[in-house]
Design a protein around this ligand. Structure first.
Ligand code: AMP
Length: 295
């Protein structure tokens, strides 16, 4: 079989590549963003129908299997699938022997300790011997700074203190509104979680490759490409505002004394940056999304 000039077999030659099986949450809050990530990575499902349990992905030998997020760590650990997307909190709670291949930038939440609004307790360390309601018994025991008595509940954990079943809860929080609605107050964060791509202890090469593709999408989503025009006299002030380790590109315009400045900026800084750039003399400011970031 002839090799290509770079010593690699041409695509499609030799033994067919084994399909990479990725487990994706079948329902719940991680399902849609996980499928959107596959889409943005160019691997969107060919037939994502609501009832499908598995679907082939476009453009790559990857098959997605829809599985409960809670089951994904075990499936990956046991080699039922080659990699999977689930919450870091679930991975840690299950204690699965898996490798974290990539943080995915969605499903962000924190595992927090909360007490009733009127409680005098101010920190997790004051809950020595207290009854803690949680659906994360392993993480609560591991991460609480003092010994506790566990009250194992599934669902409506927030009600346990009001019902007199527990002195405090350990639960996932994102906006904090569920805690407030239930008259609870956070007294400490035990773990910061987000969706992660996990693989077995020794992942396949193509699982690392998939992690790299996901990283390029995750990094790009957090970035905007900034373009603006300015007079050369404003350049120093503008360059000082544009963050990042790499200098922006500065291009001469046909109008004498005018330049264009191009740079990548963190999406989170944009709201602050735009008025500052205008005040520093920037005009014709354009911000465009970035599709992929590599290197
Ligand atoms: P599900 O119960 O299937 O909707 O998904 C639960 C997973 O979503 C959790 O294990 C977390 O990884 C993630 N998540 C993000 N924010 C929250 C939140 N406020 N409450 C519960 N889970 C959250």
């Amino acid at each position: 079989m002839a090799a290509t000039g770079r010593g690699r077999l041409p695509a499609g030659a030799g033994a067919p590549a084994a399909i990479l099986r990725i487990a994706v949450p079948s329902k719940g809050r991680l399902r849609d963003p996980a499928i959107a990530l596959l889409d943005d990575a160019g691997l969107g499902p060919e037939t994502p129908g609501d009832r499908a349990l598995a679907f082939p992905c476009r453009n790559a030998p990857v098959e997605a299997l829809l599985v409960r997020a809670d089951d994904i760590p075990e499936y990956v650990q046991d080699g039922v699938v080659d990699c999977g997307i689930t919450g870091l909190d679930i991975v840690r709670e299950r204690g699965a022997r898996v490798t974290e291949l990539q943080r995915l930038g969605f499903g962000a939440c924190t595992l927090e300790v909360a007490v009733q609004e009127e409680s005098r307790v101010a920190a997790p360390g004051e809950l020595d011997g207290a009854r803690i309601a949680t659906s994360f018994p392993n993480l609560a025991r591991e991460l609480m700074p003092v010994p506790i008595e566990l009250v194992d509940v599934h669902g409506s954990v927030e009600l346990a203190p009001r019902l007199g079943l527990a002195d405090a809860i350990v639960d996932l929080v994102s906006s904090g509104s569920t805690l407030r609605t239930n008259g609870l107050r956070s007294i400490g964060v035990l773990l910061a979680s987000e969706a992660v791509l996990i693989g077995p202890p020794e992942p396949r090469d193509d699982a690392f490759q998939l992690a790299n593709v996901f990283r390029s999408v995750v990094d790009a989503r957090a970035t905007r490409y900034l373009m603006l025009n300015a007079h050369e006299s404003a350049l120093e002030a503008i360059c000082a505002l544009v963050p990042g380790s790499r200098a922006p590109s500065v291009l001469p315009l046909s109008e004498p004394g005018m330049v264009a400045v191009h740079s990548l900026v963190p999406a989170a800084d944009v709201w602050r940056l735009l008025p500052e750039l205008e005040a520093a003399g920037a005009s014709s400011i354009l911000l465009v999304p970035v599709e992929r970031m590599l290197g």
